[in-house]
Unconditional design. Structure first.
Length: 148
């Protein structure tokens, strides 16, 4: 997860103000009942925040990005969104660590019986692709320049 802001907000000002001052900014809330909403609530509790000024809620991912880009609102979105938007310069990552639960992906296969060669190739492809993606994301995390 990453804290995101549009280009209107001076990120150095936010970073200097501390996490508790984040409540003074308007927020984009994920859809009710979504895993992102649960994550946002857990994050807020972990940093001692309880209430946010929700200005926009739900909508498609692009509507959230567009809203962030045109306002002074903040949002918490998955790092994959940040990574996908990295060349657009429409949103900015704020330099805050977000406590996150460990998550894992897995491939379920039959223990016994014949396995399809196509399924085995696909599983190998997925495993290799995620291994490569892990290195790309790590390189990007290490190369991120906070702010604009």
């Amino acid at each position: 997860m990453s804290w995101l802001a549009g280009p209107i907000i001076p990120c150095c000002e936010i970073a200097a103000s501390g996490t508790h001052d984040l409540t003074s900014f308007p927020w984009v809330a994920p859809l009710p009942g979504s895993p992102l909403m649960s994550d946002l609530q857990m994050i807020l509790m972990s940093i001692g925040m309880s209430d946010l000024n929700i200005r926009y809620s739900g909508g498609s991912l692009m509507s959230v990005i567009n809203f962030l880009a045109e306002t002074d609102a903040l949002a918490v979105l998955p790092f994959s969104v940040v990574f996908a938007q990295r060349k657009e310069s429409r949103v900015t990552v704020l330099p805050y660590e977000i406590p996150q639960p460990s998550r894992s992906l897995g491939i379920l296969r039959r223990v016994s019986g014949p396995r399809s060669p196509a399924a085995e190739r696909f599983a190998g492809h997925v495993t290799t692709a995620f291994e490569n993606l892990k290195h790309i994301i790590k390189r990007h995390e290490n190369a991120v320049v906070w702010g604009r």
